[in-house]
Design a protein around this ligand. Sequence first.
Ligand code: CMP
Length: 140
Amino acid sequence: MALERTFSIIKPDATRRNITGKVVAKLEEGGLRVVASKRIHMTREQAEGFYAVHKERPFFGELVDFMISAPVIVQVLEGENAIMRNREIMGDTNPKDAAAGTIRAEFAESIGENTVHGSDGPDTARDEIKFFFADDEIVG
Ligand code: CMP
């Protein structure tokens, strides 16, 4: 098994409801360690840049508006197979399809307001971490 890092966002629906600690508890109970974390309010430019891969999708405008509607917590998570592990702990993108006990099954309100983001592979993990964190902000 490989020690990996992945990128996570706790989204505006969670900061608005003051449940970020509950989300972090799920990540930690699932075996992941928060090695970097900051609470930020994304600019429109940041959100559009981060989600550029989705810019042709019909929900892009809604997604960007939501992500800048309140603060978020951006994090780097570390652990054995952290990328896949994080995706298991988060559950399916659509909370209706998310397995019981996952973050999205317990907390997400809809496919758009789905509480967390997690990188989907090693290349995106590396790029997404770099998008928000300098090397010296990842402290282990
Ligand atoms: P995330 O992992 O942050 O990556 C892209 C996001 O787009 C995804 O989570 C969802 O929150 C959002 N998304 C995907 N499909 C839809 C949809 N049909 N309507 C609104 N938002 C969506």
